[in-house]
Design a protein around this ligand. Structure first.
Ligand code: ZN
Length: 287
């Protein structure tokens, strides 16, 4: 069975780099049946950004890659922008705590402006390092995270969270943080989630699942919002560090081959969840 012709096939979180495969990877995605990508920014330099102008340039690079994808392929590409939370640690070393926090907050404000002006659809990745970091930096990390939620709330956009893998308690405390910031829980997305927790364990937060076969199978019957992603890194030095960009369309086609009703379930991550969380509907040009 082919996939339904009107079904968009969406990778909800990937990276593309000017020094990586770039558009060639997107052609592989499109050839496998992919139609829409959410492109998260990243630091494209070998050094950590220490000036706001470097974030400005970084965001402009991401937006330019997204535009190039749309010009050179049939894939729609949405930019997701924010200073990477892990950057903060090295910025503290380079600049000291106060200036590092100030830089992150200024870069968040800049990302909010990009969303407000229509060049990005969400703030991301925001959150915390996914590994243990010096406890004396916890207050700074949390202050930047809270500011990220404030900026996303004011921009009316989702916040895509990078942090350690969360269990029910982790989702509960993340939900408490968001509620304290008056941030709508559904627009809070936990990216790179790798376990199928009982649905109530998510505390109203939207998971974006790594598109591993078993994980897709176990969440497919669930109501939304939830997403599928590869977190493709586009780093030739780290092949296989994450899933390939063609993974989501390949999974979708395998599901359709197995069972057409299963393919219909994919409207939840590919259409309904995007509507509920981002407020727009990805459409596939018919014909
Ligand atoms: Zn990522």
């Amino acid at each position: 069975m082919p996939l339904p012709a009107d079904l968009p096939v969406v990778d909800h979180h990937c990276h593309l780099s000017p020094t990586g495969e770039g558009v060639a990877a997107v052609r592989r995605f499109a050839a496998a049946g992919g139609t829409h990508l959410f492109l998260a920014t990243q630091n494209y330099l070998s050094e950590v950004p220490v000036r706001l102008a470097q974030y400005e340039e970084q965001y402009a690079t991401t937006v330019a890659i997204a535009r190039q994808v749309e010009e050179e392929t049939s894939v729609r590409c949405y930019s997701v922008l924010a200073p990477y939370p892990v950057d903060l640690l090295r910025q503290v070393d380079a600049l000291g705590v106060a200036a590092a926090v100030e830089l992150q907050m200024a870069a968040l404000a800049l990302a909010g402006k990009e969303v407000a002006e229509g060049r990005a659809v969400a703030l991301g990745e925001v959150g915390r390092p996914h590994f243990p970091y010096p406890p004396e930096l916890a207050d700074s990390v949390e202050a930047v995270f809270r500011r990220a939620l404030d900026v996303a709330r004011d921009a009316g956009c989702p916040a895509v969270v990078h942090c350690e893998e969360l269990d029910a308690g982790g989702f509960r405390s993340l939900a408490a943080l968001a509620s304290a910031a008056l941030f709508p829980l559904q627009k809070l997305v936990k990216h790179y989630h790798r376990t199928a927790l009982p649905p109530t364990d998510y505390a109203g937060i939207s998971p974006s699942y790594l598109a591993r076969r078993e994980l897709v199978d176990s969440v497919l019957s669930r109501g939304g919002p939830w997403f599928l992603e590869t977190d493709f890194l586009d780093d030739p030095r780290r092949p296989g560090a994450v899933l390939d960009l063609a993974t989501v369309p390949r999974r979708a086609r395998a599901l359709a081959d197995r069972d057409p009703t299963a393919a219909e379930r994919l409207r939840i991550p590919f259409v309904e969840s995007i509507g509920a969380v981002y407020g727009f509907t990805p459409e596939v040009p018919v014909g």
